[in-house]
Design a protein around this ligand. Sequence first.
Ligand SMILES: [Zn+2]
Length: 144
Amino acid sequence: MEYFTGIQIEDIIAIRLDQGDDIIESIRKLARKLDIQTGVIVSCVATVDRAAMHYITTTGYPAENEMYELEGPIEVAALQGIIADYEPHLHCVMGIGEKTYAGHMHAGCRTLYLTEIVVHKLRGCPLQRVKNTDTGIMQLKPRL
Ligand SMILES: [Zn+2]
């Protein structure tokens, strides 16, 4: 374990996306535009008509995963994660009818009716992800 202290909220940004807007690409663009080097996505509700995610398929190293895509009227029930060095790493829970899907969000989650997101822009300990050479896992580290 490693942990990082001295982090403060610099700003709270509420975002509305409209039909056709890609959720993760919009967050990436906004992170650059508003200089959110480090941030946290604390809330998201959305409807999407396409989704792209992956789930892990291994319990050992190297970690492997499988992509999957969904289509239809999809409810995004939850989305959260950390922006480090302007790059969001987001996990989400989505539903189609009574079925629930969860995973790591990729580009391709396209807003249907609306998306509402709240992001906290953080300061005090800029973070980045660095590949662990033993495991291949990208790990949070302070940006020096
Ligand atoms: Zn992930």
